[in-house]
Structure formats: structure tokens, C-alpha cells
Design a protein around this ligand. Structure first.
Ligand SMILES: Nc1ncnc2c1ncn2[C@@H]1O[C@H](COP(=O)(O)OP(=O)(O)O)[C@@H](O)[C@H]1O
Ligand SMILES: [Mg+2]
Length: 550
């Protein structure tokens, strides 16, 4: 068997090429490819200076990415070279090997390099372009401080090595691109799984929330009635507590419903920083009294098409969480709220100096009902609702731990597109009102009619759509307050029936729903020119509704 001899120039060259080839074929790491190739190449005679330049993305210059044996000043003049000028710049621009026996004599030598080349005694110089698929990636150069010029074999060796390096660099690039794509794929997959989980829990939550909403409406309504009656001071205070707590429960139910349904946001052109400022003002007193300093850093950013209320809800959740985390950890803190332009939209950051988020909690943070807080304090809904809102706006929301401790919640919102035209406002006649409440839940119907009477109106109850139709045949009403969801005949069907009978009452309706954003409700109030009453409602809600009836 014949082993290639390492004696003589040919054997030595083969050995170098083998080293380069082995190094570059084994590694997909850009830096390692460079390092090993340069090390091998400086052994051409043992006296070489080697340098490796890469073309910058804009194609204007070449930057030094690696070298062997360059003195500091030689390195300095080689750091950035103009593409198309100088020895190396020319070789790169023309895509051809450049070989000179005496560098100093070459008219191409850059004026800045001349004194250094002279002082270093560089004579022979060769530069070969490195290619990958018809593109010039950079150059490989060797200089020699001895009198002997580079031979033809040496140049051939360098060209072969450059080809190998080009191939390896291209592979490394493809590999890192592949890795990036894989990461992207993993991330989107995780997001998909998360979305699936959210919608499954959402369905369940919506069902429960809907069931709870009616009894809550009754409770709240009854308390409101009691509060209006002549109670003693102490009783009144106690009922006020019950009322406040019921409103709190109702708010949780509302966030559940909001979280469960995929409601189209009601968007306007709004300034994100303004919404954030509003929330911070709202929370200002609480934050100050818990010794939490707020720093606002708002850069002018483009307005976005977004639902202002929903945005405020997101910011409120994030600020509240930060507040709770800092207060719990050290009874004081600093909150930084930032908003600035980012890509085609706005980036908001809520940063705190609390305990941060432990790594095992990080992947579960946005799961519905995930909470580390005791019952009564945490519902585990804030972040999942926020996540859904942000996603519905086409944005992204995620959490990180800050390098110096504390948590960072980051939110990217795109500018978005304008929504379709909103519906016309309802018009109703101005006079004292006779109201028909159409509601299958006796408790809700009773409370609502009592509140109406309290407000000085006349109220009657129909227990379903059919009953309502029978009643409007016999008597005149000024307003129908109709539950959206009823057995047999829904609120919409009742409206359609009235419309088909050309009853003027078809334009004098208000619909009750636990879900102010439900698309079926929004469609209906637009088509029917109707008003809405939230469920549960307070005395003020009912009075506002009646005031809206003109
Ligand atoms: N700023 C923060 N710092 C530390 N942990 C946080 C922060 N914000 C949220 N978390 C964690 O995320 C959990 C879920 O938050 P959230 O969905 O708002 O529900 P809740 O606040 O009701 O617990 C919290 O219980 C807490 O463990
Ligand atoms: Mg929260």
C-alpha cells in the first residue's frame, strides 16, 4: 500500500489540503472552520502571514475575520478594506486570484498599507477569492516576508483550500439557517398547543360563567333594591360590602366570558402610551401608598387600531401583577413602563424589580387558572385573558426575567387595519315609559322590573318570546328589554317576529347579555338599532339604559 509522502512540496501541500478539508468537513461552526484553515495554511512554508476577509452584507467592504501572524499595525490597516480597491479589494471584486512577487511594486496597493507593508518587509503576496454558489463570500490571502515568490503549486493549493472553505462556509450558513427555522417551528408549535389548551378551557369556562351570571344578576339586583330602601346605616354598610363583592364576582365572570369567546375587538385608532398612562393614573394612588415608584418612558409611536378597553385591561393586569409581586417580595419597588415604536407597530414593556418568575413557572404563566397566589387574591386569569386579547390584535405577549432580577412583560402590537363601519345609534321616542321585560329567569325578571319601577317606570314581565308577542298584541309598550338567550324563542327570533309583523316595537328594543362583546349581540343591536343592558346590571346600568331611550 502506498502512503502519500509528506516529504517535498507536493507531499506537504497534499497534507495541508487534507488538513483543511478534514477541518472544514467536520465542522459546521463558522469560527472553527476559519481557525483550522488558517492554522493549516500558515504551514505552506512556515513563514506565511495569512488573513481571511469576509464581504459585508451591503457588499461595500471586506472585514478581517481571522488572521495568523499579522503584527498589530498590519492588522489595523487590514481591519476594513474597500471592496474593489487595494490588492485584496481587487481580487474580491474581480473574483480572480491575484498574485504579486513584490507587493510594494504593485500600483494596486492601498496608500495606507504601503508604509506598513514596507516596514514589515512583505514581498510575495497572493489573494484568492472564496466563493459559494457564484457568490464571492470573501478572500484568503497569504503574504511572505522572505524573498522567494509564491509558486504555481502554492497558488493552486491556496485556490483548492479556498474552494473547500467556501463550501464549508456555505454549509455552516445553511446549517444555522436550518437551526433558526427549527427553532421557529418549535416556537409556533408550542404556541399552537397553548392556543388549543386555551380554547378547550375557554369553552368550559364560558359554560360555567354563563350559568353563574343569572344568579349573580338576581343577587346584585336584589341588593341594589335593598340599598335603595330605608335601611339603617349599619345594614346599609353591610349590604354595600355584599354589593361590592358581587360586583367583583361579576367582573371575574366577565373576564371568563371575555376569555372564552373570540370576540372581535371594537377598534379605534388609539395611542398605546395614552392607554398605559391612563391605567397607571388609575392605579397611581395604590402604587404610591405601597411605596412603588413608577417610571414612564414613552417614545412617540404610531397609533394602532385597537380596542382601548381591552388594551387597558391588558395593561391593568400586567401592572397589577407587577404591583403584587413587588409588594409581596419587599414591600416596595420600582416599576418601569415603556412604550416605543417597534417594527410596524408599538412595543410595550412592563418591568418590575420583584422576585422574577421561577423557570418552572415560566412555561405555564399564560395558562388559564395558573396562579401562585392564595385563593381570593389570584384567579390565574389575568395573563391568559391578556394573552388572548393581544393575540386577537395580531400581537405577541411574553415574559422574561430581567438580568438584574425582576420580571419583564413584553408586548408587541402591530398598527393593524381599520375596522368596518360601526352601526347607527338607536332612536326611541321621548316620553314616560311602559316597559316589557322578556326574561325566562324569574329572579332576573323580578329584580329588573322592581328597579324599573324604582326609576318611576311601568314594568311588566313576559316569561318568553311567545308570551311577549301575545302581550304586544294587546297593549302598547315603549320599550322591550329582552334576554338574548331564552328557550324556544331567542331574543333575535323575537325581534325578527316583530319586524316581520311591521311592529314599531322592533325598533324599540334593548337586549340583555352577560357578554357585551358577543358577536351575535353586536350584530343584533346593529341590525335592530337596539340598546344593551349588561348582565349582571346595577341600578346605575338600568337608569343609564332608560336615559338612553329618547
Ligand atoms: N410581575 C410578575 N412577577 C412575578 N410573577 C408574576 C408576575 N406577573 C405574573 N406572575 C405570575 O404569574 C401568575 C399568573 O398571573 P395571572 O394570570 O395574572 O393570575 P393571578 O395574578 O390571578 O395569579 C401569578 O400568580 C404569578 O405567579
Ligand atoms: Mg394577575
Amino acid at each position: 500500500m502506498m502512503t502519500p509522502s509528506t516529504e517535498g512540496p507536493v507531499g506537504r501541500h497534499l497534507a495541508i489540503l487534507r488538513t483543511v478539508a478534514a477541518a472544514v468537513s467536520r465542522s459546521l461552526d463558522f469560527e472553527e472552520v476559519l481557525e483550522k484553515s488558517l492554522a493549516a495554511l500558515t504551514k505552506v512554508t512556515g513563514h506565511e502571514l495569512a488573513s481571511f476577509h469576509l464581504v459585508t452584507p451591503d457588499g461595500q467592504s471586506l472585514v478581517l475575520r481571522g488572521h495568523r501572524g499579522l503584527s498589530p499595525r498590519l492588522r489595523d490597516v487590514n481591519l476594513t478594506l474597500p471592496f474593489g480597491e487595494g490588492l485584496i479589494g481587487h481580487a474580491a471584486a474581480q473574483g480572480r486570484t491575484l498574485l504579486v512577487d513584490n507587493a510594494l511594486a504593485s500600483p494596486d496597493l492601498l496608500p495606507a498599507a504601503r508604509p506598513v507593508v514596507e516596514a514589515e518587509g512583505i514581498k510575495g503576496f497572493v489573494c484568492v477569492p472564496i466563493r459559494a454558489r457564484d457568490r464571492i463570500l470573501g478572500t484568503l490571502s497569504l503574504g511572505r516576508q522572505t524573498p522567494d515568490p509564491f509558486s504555481e503549486e502554492e497558488v493552486t493549493l491556496l485556490e483548492a483550500a479556498a474552494d473547500q472553505i467556501g463550501l464549508a462556509l456555505d454549509n455552516a450558513r445553511l446549517y444555522s439557517e436550518l437551526r433558526r427555522q427549527l427553532e421557529e417551528l418549535r416556537r409556533t408549535q408550542a404556541e399552537l398547543i397553548h392556543a388549543e389548551k386555551l380554547s378547550a378551557v375557554g369553552e368550559l369556562a364560558a359554560g360555567v360563567a354563563h350559568e353563574i351570571n343569572n344568579p349573580l344578576t338576581t343577587i346584585l339586583g336584589e341588593i341594589q333594591l335593598l340599598l335603595l330602601s330605608n335601611l339603617g346605616k349599619e345594614l346599609k354598610e353591610r349590604f354595600q360590602v355584599i354589593s361590592d363583592e358581587t360586583v367583583r364576582a361579576a367582573r371575574i365572570v366577565q373576564s371568563l366570558l371575555l376569555f372564552a369567546g373570540r370576540y372581535p375587538p371594537q377598534r379605534t385608532l388609539c395611542t398605546v402610551a395614552d392607554q398605559l398612562r391612563r391605567v397607571l393614573e388609575l392605579k397611581g394612588y395604590q402604587l404610591r401608598s405601597d411605596d412603588i415608584r413608577v417610571v414612564m418612558e414613552f417614545d412617540p409611536a404610531p397609533p394602532v387600531w385597537a380596542d382601548e378597553n381591552q388594551l387597558q385591561q391588558v395593561f391593568l393586569n400586567l401592572v397589577q401583577n407587577a404591583h403584587q409581586a413587588m409588594k409581596e417580595a419587599h414591600g416596595r419597588g420600582a416599576l418601569i413602563a415603556r412604550a416605543r415604536p417597534f417594527e410596524a407597530g408599538v412595543r410595550v414593556e412592563i418591568l418590575d424589580d420583584g422576585p422574577g418568575i421561577s423557570p418552572e413557572h415560566l412555561p405555564r404563566l399564560f395558562d388559564p387558572f395558573f396562579t401562585t397566589k392564595p385563593p381570593g387574591v389570584g384567579t390565574g386569569l389575568g395573563l391568559s385573558v391578556s394573552y388572548r386579547i393581544v393575540t386577537e390584535h395580531g400581537g405577541r405577549l411574553w415574559a422574561e426575567n430581567r438580568p438584574d432580577g425582576g420580571a419583564a412583560f413584553i408586548l408587541d402590537l402591530p398598527v393593524g387595519v381599520p375596522p368596518a363601519e360601526p352601526g347607527a345609534a338607536p332612536t326611541l321616542p321621548p316620553k314616560a315609559l311602559k316597559v316589557l321585560v322578556v326574561e325566562d329567569e324569574a329572579g332576573v325578571a323580578g329584580v329588573l322590573s322592581s328597579l324599573l319601577r324604582r326609576l318611576g317606570h311601568e314594568a311588566q314581565v313576559a316569561r318568553d318570546g311567545r308570551d311577549a308577542l301575545a302581550r304586544v298584541e294587546k297593549a302598547n309598550y315603549d320599550l322591550l328589554i329582552v334576554d338574548l338567550k331564552m328557550p324556544e324563542m331567542s331574543g333575535r327570533q323575537l325581534w325578527e317576529a316583530l319586524r316581520d309583523r311591521r311592529s314599531p316595537l322592533a325598533r324599540r328594543m334593548a337586549f340583555m347579555s352577560g357578554n357585551a362583546r358577543a358577536p351575535e349581540l353586536l350584530d343584533l343591536i346593529r341590525e335592530a338599532g337596539a340598546l344593551t343592558l349588561p348582565k349582571p346590571f346595577t341600578f346605575d346600568d338600568v337608569s343609564a339604559l332608560l336615559r338612553g331611550v329618547r
